[in-house]
Design a binder for this molecule. Structure first.
Ligand code: IDP
Length: 140
């Protein structure tokens, strides 16, 4: 299996509860390596652009509010089959549906405040990494 990259966000509900380290440990324990990381407070424009695919969905406004409500940690993760590996350890979008041992089952507060984002395809991973990181910020 090829070593690939994916994009992750530790969301405001997790940074607020000081869970950056705990979430990162679960990512690392799942075989992912953090090759870039920075703590930022997203602007409204950044959040709207990032979630543009969801702009017709009823929760778009609330999602942008939530994602700009506090700091987030954006990360590039590397590992074998990184997109799937990350999605597996994240768990289902709604923590009620997430499996035991996943990040969302362990930490998420709700379907919205679900602690982590992870790219859903390699193509989106490339787009999302480029959205937040310059190539020289990624140190593999
Ligand atoms: P994903 O993050 O598991 O890929 P998506 O369906 O792409 O899930 O949704 C993006 C984000 O939008 C979710 O992680 C969650 O924060 C939020 N979201 C998804 N569905 C709902 C909903 O029904 N109500 C409120 N927020 C939602």
């Amino acid at each position: 299996m090829a070593v690939t990259r994916t994009f992750s966000i530790i969301k405001p509900d997790a940074t607020r509860r000081n869970l950056t380290g705990a979430v990162t440990k679960m990512l690392e324990d799942a075989g992912l390596r953090v090759v870039a990381s920075k703590r930022i407070h997203m602007t409204r424009e950044q959040a709207e652009g990032f979630y543009a695919v969801h702009k017709e969905r009823p929760f778009f406004g609330e999602l942008v509010e939530f994602m700009t409500s506090g700091p987030v940690v954006v990360q590039v993760l590397e590992g074998e089959d990184a997109v799937k590996r990350n999605r597996d350890v994240m768990g289902a979008t709604n923590p009620k549906d997430a499996e035991d041992g996943t990040i969302r089952k362990t930490f998420a507060e709700s379907i919205e405040a679900n602690s982590v984002h992870g790219s859903d395809s390699e193509e989106n991973a490339r787009i999302e990494i480029d959205y937040f990181f310059k190539p020289e910020e990624i140190v593999g």
